[in-house]
Write a protein that binds this ligand. Sequence first.
Ligand code: HEC
Ligand code: HEC
Ligand code: HEC
Ligand code: HEC
Ligand code: HEC
Ligand code: HEC
Ligand code: HEC
Ligand code: HEC
Ligand code: HEC
Ligand code: HEC
Length: 293
Amino acid sequence: MRLCWLLLTLLLWLPPLPGMAARDDIPNCLGCHTVSADVAVHAVFQTVHGGLGGGGNGSCAGCHGASEEHARNPAAAMPGISFGPRWQSPAEARTDACLGCHSGGSPLHWVGSEHQREGMACDSCHDSHRQQDPALSDSGSQQACLSCHSRVQAELLLPSRHPIAEGKTACGDCHNPHGSLGDASLHQASVSDNCLQCHQDKRGPFLWEHPPASEDCALCHRPHGAVHDRLLTARGPALCQQCHVAAFHPGLPYGAEGLAGGSGNQNVLGKNCLNCHSQVHGSNHPSGARLTR
Ligand code: HEC
Ligand code: HEC
Ligand code: HEC
Ligand code: HEC
Ligand code: HEC
Ligand code: HEC
Ligand code: HEC
Ligand code: HEC
Ligand code: HEC
Ligand code: HEC
């Protein structure tokens, strides 16, 4: 340990190498980007990024590159990497600047994600020169998401909906905006895994499974909002009859061969299947084979 300190002190005392000496004549970024000239720039020091890079030009270089030409002649040369407004580097270069430090964690699957393929970059959502990056608050990020996803915005206003506009769930609870290995950039591998994360009571195994419920919740539910109650894709008998075709018992008038016991129950006609088959997600009742209890 002592030896380490000794070596470190020695290193600091050594004269700079020839290559490093040249850095001294690079003007300081903040010499021109003063508080009065560029208020926003200085807010970076109130974020986690402000302390990185060792101060001076190093604080800027992580994202903007060394930018030596620019610092010497700002009228003619752009910074190594610019996010605009005047010289905007291509999306890939802007993204690489961030991925240099953020290739793991939440943005791990950025490359290949839908957003990346659409030509977006990290700064499409993140604002690194704001004390509070708006992408990191639920309301700020939702505003950004909905500015592009107008169809989802409309779904959030439908009569039956997940309480997203009400602030009880957020886009980020279900989606990773940086992409994921799952469907639709969900945090989980599949839609059902996503739903079961919060609706644990619907997770089987049940004694009597209803195959579609164990297969894919989206066969009957919409994730954001729906016209029909309980986020359902269709109403009443129509929902069930997509699979249990009309020729089946409830969709037709009943004859003597109708329900169990041979009762010709006309009341079944047009009734919601759920009146009797209430355990549509599966049943654990010993005699729940028909999902009636
Ligand atoms: C000698 C003064 C000066 C120095 C030193 C300087 N800049 Fe600039 N910079 C400017 C001026 C002037 C502009 C505005 C250019 C324009 O819009 O015409 C600018 C613009 C920028 C922009 C915005 C680019 C764009 O596309 O709009 C960035 C980013 C930037 N500078 C970063 C840096 C970094 C990083 C450093 C330090 C390595 C630095 N600057 C050093 C004067 C300077
Ligand atoms: C964490 C990455 C990061 C760091 C560190 C950083 N910037 Fe930026 N800079 C950005 C991004 C991203 C933008 C695009 C606008 C935004 O998101 O605020 C930007 C925009 C700018 C602009 C253009 C502002 C405008 O809209 O007119 C200037 C000038 C600038 N940065 C200078 C600097 C200087 C000087 C430093 C060092 C003190 C620095 N930046 C440090 C990421 C960074
Ligand atoms: C020099 C390395 C470095 C670069 C370059 C860099 N970051 Fe970071 N960033 C960090 C570190 C370190 C943290 C704090 C620890 C963490 O959350 O991983 C951080 C945190 C963050 C956070 C979370 C902030 C918070 O308050 O919790 C966001 C968002 C972020 N960075 C976005 C970006 C974006 C966008 C860019 C490119 C414009 C970028 N970073 C470039 C190192 C970097
Ligand atoms: C479509 C908008 C969007 C884009 C594009 C985007 N982000 Fe994010 N990012 C977010 C949101 C929203 C959050 C808030 C946390 C969450 O929901 O995952 C976030 C959070 C983060 C965090 C903090 C993660 C944590 O665990 O605290 C980092 C770091 C980050 N982003 C880096 C990046 C980098 C690097 C890129 C570019 C490769 C990028 N982001 C592109 C929206 C975006
Ligand atoms: C600049 C516009 C823009 C912003 C901002 C934006 N998106 Fe997207 N997003 C797109 C485009 C374009 C697509 C691809 C076409 C589509 O599916 O609509 C897409 C696709 C998606 C997908 C489908 C991904 C897949 O793998 O199938 C999800 C989920 C998504 N975005 C969520 C979000 C979330 C959450 C946010 C906010 C954090 C957000 N988006 C912000 C433009 C945007
Ligand atoms: C409760 C979980 C959940 C929440 C919260 C949520 N989503 Fe989704 N989203 C999903 C699921 C599940 C899918 C996949 C649907 C499918 O494949 O059938 C999806 C699909 C998408 C898609 C791609 C397909 C489409 O419908 O266009 C986009 C874009 C999207 N969501 C954006 C958003 C945005 C923006 C928000 C926040 C306003 C959000 N989502 C909130 C679960 C959610
Ligand atoms: C992040 C947690 C979360 C995830 C993931 C989630 N939900 Fe929900 N869900 C909720 C909350 C919170 C409510 C509102 C409960 C309340 O108001 O009592 C809700 C309510 C519902 C309702 C009842 C709506 C009503 O009108 O009463 C249905 C149906 C539903 N979710 C289905 C799903 C499906 C299908 C998925 C998967 C696509 C899913 N949920 C994923 C949190 C979640
Ligand atoms: C075969 C169609 C179908 C499938 C598949 C399905 N559901 Fe449902 N779900 C319904 C119906 C119908 C209702 C309304 C029940 C009622 O009103 O009594 C409902 C209601 C709900 C509710 C709100 C009422 C409650 O019981 O809490 C939630 C939450 C829910 N489903 C979650 C899920 C999840 C999670 C999955 C996937 C594991 C799923 N559903 C798969 C048909 C289905
Ligand atoms: C996506 C297709 C699909 C939808 C929608 C669907 N089911 Fe099913 N259902 C099935 C399948 C597949 C079986 C298993 C059939 C078998 O085992 O022969 C089944 C079995 C059943 C059974 C048990 C039958 C038996 O033979 O054991 C009942 C009762 C039932 N469904 C009622 C409903 C009701 C009520 C609805 C509407 C809320 C509904 N189903 C919606 C596909 C569906
Ligand atoms: C009035 C109550 C009632 C209503 C309403 C009702 N069912 Fe049934 N259903 C039953 C009973 C009781 C059985 C059990 C018959 C048996 O055990 O043989 C049954 C059996 C079934 C079976 C299994 C048939 C088989 O061959 O084993 C399916 C599938 C089914 N119903 C679907 C539906 C659908 C779809 C609807 C709505 C369109 C519906 N039911 C409406 C009472 C009802």
